[in-house]
Design a protein around this ligand. Structure first.
Ligand code: NAD
Length: 293
């Protein structure tokens, strides 16, 4: 079988996959490929799937499948897999890093010191302990964030319409979540019910000075509404790893907004995670190979 590695994976992967057939990173050869490996960069839309005339399998290294037209792929007989839980710890760690950067004043502390400014008195700190963390979505990543928050002495509540119970978060409705959370952390897929779910109307129902952390998808938040809420102080800080596009356009309003902490979609990119993703890719290909033998 011909396998195209279209996005960034662990460098060991081409060798590991060579037992299954020819492995290439040459995107010009798409039409010959049986299997395509993608992360979030490659968009497997209708046109892409049509151009991949021999395609039988798409493996998305990571979680969100919003860059794959799954229905169209399946209608063409193409199987689609992701590597589901492999990325949970990597993303939870960055969500937690973004969250704790706010009360510790980590970014302002570093930036001011880099400019040889000693602004100790201006940098008033608070603590996470005793605060309420509200999870929007409490699947694999939300659960790992909850575990870390509990270790920090936070109360953890979660809104997740699919779950009936949760091991480490108290499940509440969305209204309660927004009304009670000091920190909100987003861990939902980008689907109709989550697109733009953080907007002027929903922000109005949140606590004054809420901190919002987004490691889910940029489009779950209406950027213009977030900027207005940051400017008014309703939202104390917005810490985000995810964007409308990777990278964001030059006129992304968040660049100019106050109290934003930004990372360039680093959530799943840890070395350890890329190795874990590689293991899952190999096991998917083993099964696929047996099926098609
Ligand atoms: P998951 O499927 O384990 O959990 C998602 C949870 O969201 C599910 O329990 C689901 O019931 C819940 N949900 C669905 N619709 C909801 C809604 N309207 N309101 C509240 N909850 C809702 O997925 P996961 O592994 O935890 O990943 C979550 C998301 O994180 C992914 O879909 C992806 O968008 C994002 N992600 C980002 C990065 C990154 O690099 N920053 C990496 C991996 C995943």
């Amino acid at each position: 079988m011909n396998i195209l590695i279209s996005d960034a994976f662990d460098p060991s992967l081409p060798d590991r996959l060579s037992v299954f057939g020819e492995v290439t990173e040459d995107k010009e050869r798409l039409a010959e490929m049986d299997v395509v490996l993608i992360r979030s960069k490659t968009k497997c839309d209708r046109d892409y799937i049509d151009r991949a005339r021999n395609l039988r399998l798409i493996i998305r290294g990571g979680v969100g499948l919003d860059n794959v037209d799954i229905d169209y792929a399946r209608s063409k007989g193409v199987q689609v897999f992701n590597t589901a839980s492999a990325s949970a710890v990597a993303v939870a760690e960055i969500a937690f890093a973004l969250m704790i950067a706010v009360p510790t004043r980590l970014v302002e502390g570093h930036v001011s010191m880099s400019g040889k400014q000693w602004i100790k008195k201006q940098l008033k700190r608070t603590e996470l302990m005793g605060k309420t963390l509200g999870l929007i979505g409490a699947g694999n990543i939300g659960t790992e964030v909850a575990r870390r928050a509990i270790a920090f002495g936070m109360k953890v509540i979660a809104f997740d319409p699919v779950l009936k119970s949760h091991d480490c978060a108290e499940l509440v409705d969305k209204e309660t979540l927004f009304a009670e959370a000091d920190y909100l952390s987003m861990h939902v897929p980008l689907i109709d019910s989550t697109r733009g779910m953080i907007n002027t109307e929903s922000i109005k129902t949140m606590k004054d000075g809420v901190v919002i952390v987004n490691t889910a998808r940029g489009k779950c938040v209406v950027e213009e509404d977030m900027v207005a809420a940051l400017e008014s102080g309703k939202v104390r800080a917005y810490a985000t790893d995810v964007w409308y596009s990777d990278p964001p356009s030059d006129d992304c309003p968040l660049y100019e907004a106050p109290n934003v902490i930004m990372t360039p979609h680093l959530g799943a990119s840890s070395k350890e995670n890329l190795l874990r993703i590689g293991d899952v890719v190999v096991s998917i290909l083993e099964k696929f190979d047996q099926q098609t033998a």
